[in-house]
Design a protein around this ligand. Structure first.
Ligand SMILES: Nc1ncnc2c1ncn2[C@@H]1O[C@H](COP(=O)(O)OP(=O)(O)OP(=O)(O)O)[C@@H](O)[C@H]1O
Ligand SMILES: [Mg+2]
Length: 222
């Protein structure tokens, strides 16, 4: 599903050059739920951003869903992202001025040929899946952390993505809410067969996935 070959990412600022990823070769299979662990600064978010086509590698190639994506134009990349990928972040990244349901609908706004009625219907279905049908008219700041993250998950799944990339999705949540969010992701992986790559610092969460990949200093160590 995701094949990274010889991926390198170098960040250059005026004074310092950081090799955030050093020759990464990694294959994620369709339907897999993989956890990525490692100390702060070892390159986990960089890796996820590159897999999510949010940032380009300095070197190397990415094949996703049998497509060589490294060579795609910005426009085609954006389309590919919108159709195939869903994102979940530690700090939710919801828009505070939009209601829950409007936040969830956002990814479909960028797709052609979906009517307003269809968008609403699918947003309600996604919110039902995450157990938030009763909160559609609320605003993000009227929700608990766990509820906000579930809205973010509804937004990530509304477009039926084949791949979900989650960067410390339970990082801001207490253990009960974290567990709820984790169970939801396990359910998506099991019932919809969604491929999930999740960065986590939490051993207990990582243990529930099918494979744990350890990073250190920009490299995969196990
Ligand atoms: N935009 C940037 N410009 C310069 N350096 C960066 C940039 N983004 C990340 N880095 C550097 O790249 C390295 C990897 O950062 P990254 O955010 O991928 O780490 P991480 O493993 O996600 O850490 P954490 O667990 O703290 O989130 C770090 O040394 C960081 O300082
Ligand atoms: Mg990070």
């Amino acid at each position: 599903m995701i094949h990274l070959s010889n991926i390198e990412k170098v960040y250059r600022t005026k004074t310092i050059e950081t090799i955030a990823l050093n020759n990464i070769n990694l294959n994620i299979n369709k339907g897999e739920f993989v956890a990525i662990m490692g100390p702060s600064g070892c390159g986990k978010s960089t890796l996820l951003n590159i897999m999510g086509l949010l940032d380009a590698p300095t070197r190397g190639s990415i094949v996703m869903d049998d497509q060589q994506v490294t060579a795609l134009s910005r426009k085609k990349l954006a389309l590919f992202r919108n159709l195939k990928l869903g994102f979940i972040f530690q700090s939710y990244h919801l828009i505070n001025d939009l209601s829950v349901i409007d936040n969830v609908e956002l990814p479909l706004l960028y797709r052609k040929g979906i009517s307003g009625t269809e968008r609403r219907k699918r947003a309600l279905e996604a919110l039902e899946k995450v157990g938030l049908s009763a909160r559609t008219k609320h605003y993000p700041n009227q929700l608990s952390g766990g509820q906000r993250q579930r809205v973010a998950i509804a937004r990530a799944i509304i477009g039926n993505p084949e791949i979900i990339l989650a960067d410390e999705p339970t990082g801001n949540l207490d253990s009960a809410m974290g567990e709820e969010v984790m169970n939801l992701m396990l359910h998506l992986n099991k019932t919809d067969g969604t491929t999930i790559v999740m960065v986590t610092h939490d051993e207990l969460m990582a243990k529930k996935t099918q494979r744990v990949i350890h990073f250190f200093d920009g490299q995969q160590v196990s």
